[in-house]
Every structure is written in structure tokens, then in C-alpha cells.
Design a binder for this molecule. Structure first.
Ligand code: ADP
Ligand code: MG
Length: 271
């Protein structure tokens, strides 16, 4: 879905945000084009998850200044659901447990809400006609295929969402959701946290399988180790609610050697 070559796919401009009267984001600028992988790194408490939540439309945060544009359209006023339907996907740092809803049912709802809605929109744009909806049988086949790719056991599909899932299983479930929704902009918040090395490898493989010329990816991570498996094109470092340094993959390596403490001193940042 290449719209216009001049408009960046995803553009965050001078974003300021507060929570409970405390300013957390103090002017964030970030542009992500289709096909690019960006890593956002930074110490704990610097505002990474706040940014991710705001991008997804979380209602607890108040944006006081700046804009977020997707294909040139300001999305700040859109609900999380509307953003998802446009093709924006967020994997949370702490996925929610939904007892009584199986993985398969949850995923089918999510797919119906986003992919089918998008197909309908496209059909309407092309002068009406029936939108090609995904049939239940087709969905199950696709789900199994993606599960195999992520080395998930078939029994996973019938388990309740995130209930009793290990850290690795939760992350795999998120990547499975992403694989089924086929977003154009994906934001992964600490997808590597709590993963042992094998799970990290599987999850990274899954993400690498999904990456490509259509997808813009924002990987949020505290540690450099995820970037050994998923190679970013750009690295941004956040401190105290601002991006203080930007560069290529070498910046992540440098940061790992230097540590956040030194960088913090350089920028006089509190967090
Ligand atoms: P990171 O993901 O980089 O570790 P966060 O975005 O989670 O950082 O947190 C940034 C700052 O915002 C922290 O000081 C944190 O305490 C504060 N914060 C985040 N969410 C909330 C919230 N829901 N209520 C109060 N403070 C919050
Ligand atoms: Mg966080």
C-alpha cells in the first residue's frame, strides 16, 4: 500500500505528553518509512512505553503538543480500534490476561475487526462490491501456518489468552497476532524482556519473517541483545522524554559498551 512517495508513512513531531500533571514526553521527533526498522533504546523510566502507549491511543495519557501522522493524516483523535484498522499494531510490554477467551477466538475477532474492515474499506473505495472476507476455515488454516512458523504447539490455540502463559509464550502470542493482522506499522515494546535465549531466537525469527518492504517497525528495547537478532536500520536513544542521539546499528553497540550512566551524565538527564 504505497500511497504517496513524498509523505512519510509514520511521523511523530514535537510530541509532548503528560500523565498525572507530570510531563513525560518533552518533544519527541521520529519518522519511520515503509520497510524501515527503527530501534528505540533508553534507560528505564525514560518514556519509551509512554510513547508506545500514546502511539496506540491509550486513554491515560494527555498529549499537550505535537502530532502523530500516519500517511500524512493526524491520528491523535482516532480511537485505538480505528488506529488498528488503519494498520497500526502495538505489542505491549505487559500483555493482558483475558480469562475465558481462547487464543483462537481472540485472534479471529482481532482479524475480523482489522483485516476484514480494511478489505471492506478498500472494496468501497474501488466502487463497492463484496469485500473478500476471510472464511473461518481459511482463518484456521492461516493461524496454524503462522503458529508453525513461530514454533507454537497446536494446543496453544485453545488456551485462554495469556492465562498461565510463560514470558516466551506471551511474546510469541503477540507476534502471532501481528502475523495474522499484517500491519503496516508495528510497534514492539520490550519484546525481548523475560525471554530466554531460545525464545528470543524464535520470536526474532518471527519478526524477521514479517519484516519487509511494506512494514515499518519500531522496536523498543532496553538491551542491545535483541538487535543481535533483528538488525535495525536506525537507532534512537531516549533519555528523559527526548531522543538525544540517533545513528545506525553501531550506536546500539556503542551504548552497550558505554552504558546508560555515562550517556546520562553527558546529557544531564535525570532518567
Ligand atoms: P520506559 O518504558 O522507558 O521504562 P515509561 O514510559 O514506562 O518508561 O515511564 C516513563 C515515566 O512515566 C516514569 O517516570 C513512570 O513512572 C511514568 N509513568 C508512566 N506511566 C505512568 C502512569 N500510568 N502513571 C503515572 N506515571 C507513569
Ligand atoms: Mg517500558
Amino acid at each position: 500500500m504505497v500511497e504517496s512517495s513524498n509523505v512519510p508513512m509514520f511521523e511523530i513531531e514535537d510530541l509532548h505528553a503528560v500523565i498525572e500533571d507530570k510531563e513525560i514526553l518533552k518533544g519527541v521527533n521520529l519518522t519511520i518509512n515503509q520497510g524501515e526498522i527503527h530501534a528505540l533504546m533508553g534507560p528505564n523510566g525514560s518514556g519509551k512505553s509512554t510513547l508506545a502507549n500514546i502511539l496506540a491511543g491509550h486513554p491515560s495519557y494527555e498529549v499537550t503538543e505535537g502530532s502523530i501522522r500516519f500517511w500524512g493524516e493526524d491520528i491523535l483523535e482516532l480511537s485505538p480500534d480505528e488506529r488498528a484498522r488503519k494498520g497500526i499494531f502495538l505489542a505491549f510490554q505487559y500483555p493482558t490476561v483475558i480469562p475465558g477467551v481462547s487464543m483462537a477466538n481472540f485472534l479471529r475477532m482481532a482479524v475480523t475487526n482489522t483485516r476484514n474492515a480494511r478489505a471492506e474499506e478498500a472494496a468501497a473505495k474501488n466502487g463497492g462490491g463484496e469485500a473478500p472476507k476471510m472464511a473461518p476455515r481459511e482463518f484456521r488454516k492461516l493461524m496454524r501456518e503462522k503458529m508453525r512458523l513461530l514454533k507454537m504447539d497446536d494446543s496453544f490455540a485453545s488456551r485462554y489468552l495469556n492465562e498461565g502463559f510463560s514470558g516466551g509464550e506471551k511474546k510469541r502470542a503477540e507476534i502471532l497476532q501481528m502475523a495474522l493482522l499484517e500491519p503496516t506499522m508495528a510497534i514492539l515494546d520490550e519484546t525481548d524482556s523475560g525471554l530466554d535465549i531460545d525464545a528470543l531466537r524464535v520470536v526474532s525469527e518471527g519478526v524477521n519473517n514479517l519484516a519487509g518492504p511494506e512494514l515499518g517497525l519500531l522496536l523498543i528495547t532496553h538491551y542491545q541483545r535483541l538487535l543481535n537478532y533483528i538488525k535495525p536500520d536506525y537507532v534512537h536513544i531516549m533519555m528523559d522524554g527526548r531522543i538525544v542521539q540517533e545513528g545506525g546499528p553501531e550506536l546500539a553497540v556503542e551504548l552497550e559498551q558505554k552504558g546508560y550512566e555515562k550517556l546520562r551524565a553527558e546529557y544531564g538527564a535525570a532518567v
